[in-house]
Design a protein around this ligand. Structure first.
Ligand SMILES: [Zn+2]
Ligand SMILES: [Zn+2]
Length: 299
């Protein structure tokens, strides 16, 4: 009987061992499958989080630019270093984004875009990690300044008002130009409130009266080597070392004398004279020779 017992135990053992091995290997396969599955979910999470932050950066930057411009406009204050201020504000907002992985986004710089003054460049480094999946990306994106308000006049003149499309200077520009020859010609002057890129190129085409009038009525801005870029406008600077933009400031009354040239960086910075160019019975500009040439008024 005892012998029989051993035989049975031996047989059971022979059956159990392969079952046990089979069980272990099934477990292992399941484990690997599960791990692979987890990894692909992690990698999807990581990639989509990085892409999402990347999509959010220009949206947040535009919003921060808009808020900052209104801060300047409403408080008649300026930023000492707009690039640094914007960088901090965008960083604060980016930090509020939530993802189901370990994500880090550092805004490295916000600068004028050298090749086109109607854009601002945002550089950031984004790293995302989940489990053993890690992804890092250096992102460089452009944000258009079209549609943003122009803060510059509000840093120079007070009180002035705007109707969402144009700025009315009332008497404030005359006060600002106090002492400048024929500064009074700028009584009730107007200029654009919203940055819009002038579609009329080359700029010499402004020599055509209907086209120039349309440009003035729409309040367009033009590329300019002398005019300030958007970030420097937030600092109250009318001229800057970057590639910038300029617009016309339209005197409120017709006059035949000469006055300061009707270009924003001239009025708020360079202060040189222009001769009258009467466009029609209600509109004139004072333009110096170089701007007359730029806009095709003289050849
Ligand atoms: Zn134009
Ligand atoms: Zn600048």
């Amino acid at each position: 009987m005892e012998d029989e017992g051993y035989v049975i135990n031996g047989t059971v053992l022979l059956i159990i061992i392969p079952i046990f091995i089979l069980f272990l290997s099934t477990l292992r396969v399941l484990y690997y499958e599960n791990k692979a599955n987890c990894n692909s979910i992690s990698s999807e999470n990581v990639m989509s989080a990085v892409k999402d932050v990347e999509r959010n950066i220009p949206v947040i930057t535009l919003d921060v630019l808009n808020d900052s411009a209104y801060e300047v406009i409403e408080r008649n204050a300026t930023f000492v270093n707009s690039s640094e201020y914007l960088k901090e504000k965008v960083q604060e907002r980016v930090n509020l984004l939530n993802y189901n992985c370990d994500l880090n986004c550092t805004i490295k710089s916000i600068t004028p875009y050298e090749k086109d003054p109607f854009y601002i460049e945002v550089n950031a480094t984004i790293t995302a990690k989940k489990d053993n999946i890690k992804h890092e990306e250096n992102s460089s994106q452009l944000v258009s300044i079209e549609g943003l308000p122009d803060p510059l006049p509000f840093t120079k003149c007070n009180p002035i008002s705007h109707n969402l499309t144009h700025i009315q200077y009332h008497h404030a520009l005359v006060v600002y130009l106090n002492g400048v020859e024929n500064g009074t010609f700028y009584e009730n002057a107007t200029s654009p409130f919203i940055i819009k890129k002038c579609p009329y190129e080359p700029y010499e085409s402004h020599g055509s009266t209907p086209l120039l009038l349309d440009c003035i009525q729409n309040g367009y801005y033009h590329e300019s080597n002398d005019g300030a870029c958007y970030l420097c406008r937030l600092e109250g600077k009318a001229t800057c070392p970057h590639q910038g933009i300029e617009t016309f400031i339209i005197p409120g009354i017709l006059n035949n004398g000469s006055s300061i040239a009707s270009i924003d960086h001239v009025i708020f910075g360079d202060l040189y004279e222009g001769s009258p160019f009467i466009i029609n019975s209600t509109t004139l500009l004072f333009l110096d020779e170089s701007h007359q040439r730029k806009y095709g008024i003289i050849k």
